[in-house]
Design a protein around this ligand. Structure first.
Ligand SMILES: Cc1cc2nc3c(=O)[nH]c(=O)nc-3n(C[C@H](O)[C@H](O)[C@H](O)COP(=O)(O)OP(=O)(O)OC[C@H]3O[C@@H](n4cnc5c(N)ncnc54)[C@H](O)[C@@H]3O)c2cc1C
Length: 540
């Protein structure tokens, strides 16, 4: 099995920060006893139950007056992987508390299409980004997909593209491929700044420094496709170093990444089915509380008490918060006492990007035959990335395509009515196809991730103003009882499913150690993140 904490430690070593931060995780496997996990009762995500028999450590250090040893708040990837890690360590007195009626979080399918032409499509995560190269590190989501037989289709991000601007179809693939080269240069140069100890900047500064300065609409659209479409924010809003690392550790095999491959889930059970199938192998009915929204989290060094919106209460020795960064930023859940300043600074220092897929179904296909199309409007980011699903390997005959918008433009789209957005989308299609009469769609839908109180955005993005110490504080434990994990707490893979996967595993392993060991330091924080000296008064 791939051991993420080892590679994360290597990252820390490279940075020269916080050596020895990660405690060894396999030191506590004695004494042991056999644990029998009860058969899983139907929760709406059940596959045939099995009863594993595991050699596991006896747990210690339980504070007797709390109902549970651990409350796992949120049932997305991080929450489920945390539960599995506790289970594997022999800790079974935990409960996942989830607001929705199923596990999966931002893996979320929906039924789309006119009656008789409906498909299960994905509102949230859609791709396994990076798979595996040879015997190299595997994306754990890829492992789950193979284990549970997920139907996927490779998506050619760079090899199957038609280009348009506001005058119609026009070939600017040369511009497109130049932007691909620029992005490669940007991320190699950004990654290279770390070992040399150079200060971060925005990805916009990075682009300018490598000489990439988009001046035309087409150049701007090509850059958008490489950057904004991945990070869900603009280069101006993004760290140069972190963006480089996020790319390299996922896609760049030379830099420790999985592979450059992107697999789109086409599975009609939904992408989340792999997580639900995994969960069904170890979770019992008592360990999951669905349809239950957390309102307040009260914590002290004695434990954690959680109040739900229906007024009921749960208590535990430890709580693991896996809610999205957006939820934490928007005070949708109240902490008592309020979180310490160092934690609040980290939460508000990281950013939440928005990534909105706008699905459209027509009576029949009249558009590009490639997998993707790029539209260069006069305004950068105006309905730019189009993806056809009515194509072999995906959903031929479906009449479905979708356009993706991101960042501030996606926020704007969310504030408009469906009808206004539909009319803007159709106007763009009329620009792309000036000689075609665009018919009325049979179906049209897009989610509003930013206004959804369970998410408040799509996934995190790292701004240039956030330094490594802030990020360390994002995942640090508060009062040795309140733990944090999720895609946003991942140093190497923030934003991605695999980031949430590794973080759930890693933080739960630390909680397990805390429960089973006499020592419980929790994950450390830095009380005050100090200036890197940009504003020394003597210069003023
Ligand atoms: C549009 C979109 C596209 C994406 N595309 C990809 C992709 O293709 N590939 C990829 O790798 N990643 C993608 N991602 C990112 C990926 O989905 C996330 O990184 C990952 O799912 C995060 O998992 P998590 O466990 O950290 O958080 P979540 O999945 O958000 O889990 C947290 C859980 O907490 C629950 N919750 C929130 N508030 C409360 C409350 N008050 N009480 C109880 N429960 C609560 C939520 O319902 C949720 O289930 C995408 C995300 C979005 C939104």
């Amino acid at each position: 099995m791939h051991l993420p904490f080892v590679t994360e430690s290597i990252v820390d070593d490279v940075l020269g920060f916080f050596a020895g931060l990660t405690a060894p995780l396999n030191t506590l496997l004695s004494p042991i006893r056999l644990l029998h996990v009860s058969a899983l009762v139907s929760l709406g995500f059940v596959q045939p139950p099995f009863t594993p028999s595991l050699a596991v450590p006896i747990t210690r250090n339980t504070t007797q007056h709390n109902d549970h040893q651990v409350l796992i708040l949120g049932g997305g990837v991080a929450g489920v992987m945390a539960a599995q890690t506790l289970h594997r360590r022999g800790i079974t007195n935990f409960k996942i508390v989830e607001a929705r009626d199923e596990l999966g979080g931002r893996m979320k399918k929906f039924k789309f299409g006119a009656p008789g032409r409906e498909y299960e499509l994905e509102l949230g995560a859609d791709w396994i980004h990076g798979t595996q190269t040879g015997d190299g590190p595997a994306n754990p989501i890829y492992d789950l997909a193979r284990k549970h037989g997920l139907s996927t289709q490779p998506n050619s991000y760079r090899g199957s593209m038609t280009t348009y601007d506001f005058t119609g179809q026009i070939d600017y693939l040369d511009v497109f491929y130049k932007a691909v080269d620029h992005f490669a240069q940007l991320t190699v140069a950004g990654g290279d700044r770390v070992p040399r100890g150079l200060i971060d900047g925005t990805s916009r500064s990075g682009y300018s420094l490598i000489g990439a300065k988009p001046r035309t609409h087409q150049e701007a659209a090509a850059e958008y496709y490489q950057f904004d479409w991945e990070y869900a924010q603009a280069p101006e809003q993004s760290s140069w170093i972190a963006s480089s690392w996020a790319n390299n550790f996922t896609f760049n095999v030379d830099q420790g990444g999985f592979s450059a491959e992107n697999l789109l889930s086409t599975d009609q059970r939904g992408f989340a089915s792999i997580l639900q199938a995994e969960a069904s192998e170890f979770l019992t009915e008592e360990q999951v509380l669905l349809n239950s929204s957390v309102k307040t989290i009260k914590y002290s060094s004695d434990g954690v008490s959680v109040t739900l919106t229906d007024g009921s209460r749960l208590s535990a020795d430890h709580a693991l918060v896996t809610f999205s960064l957006g939820v934490l930023q928007n005070d949708d859940v109240r902490f008592e006492p309020t979180l310490p300043e160092w934690k609040a600074e980290a939460i508000h220092g990281m950013a939440m990007g928005i990534y909105t897929k706008i699905y459209i179904q027509f009576p029949e296909k009249f558009w590009f035959d490639t997998e993707f199309a790029l539209y260069a409007d006069r305004e950068r980011g105006w309905y730019p990335v189009w993806q056809g699903l009515d194509i072999d390997g995906f959903f031929p005959g479906s009449g479905i395509l979708f356009v993706t918008v991101t960042g501030d433009f996606a926020k704007r789209v969310e504030s408009l009515s469906d009808e206004v957005v539909k009319s803007e989308v159709l106007a763009v299609m009329r620009s792309m196809y000036p000689n075609t009469t665009i018919p009325e769609p049979d179906a049209f839908y897009f989610p509003r991730w930013n206004s959804d109180p369970l998410y408040r955005g799509s996934y995190s993005n790292w701004p240039a103003s956030l330094v490594r110490e802030h990020h360390l504080n994002l995942r640090a434990t508060v009062d040795k009882r309140l733990w944090f994990a999720g895609e946003a707490t991942s140093l190497k893979y923030y934003g991605y499913l695999h980031g949430a996967f590794f973080e759930g595993q890693r933080v739960a392993a630390d909680i397990a150690q805390c429960i089973q060991d006499d020592e419980c330091p929790g994950l450390p924080h830095i009380a005050e993140v100090l200036s890197t000296s940009s504003y020394h008064l003597e210069f003023m």
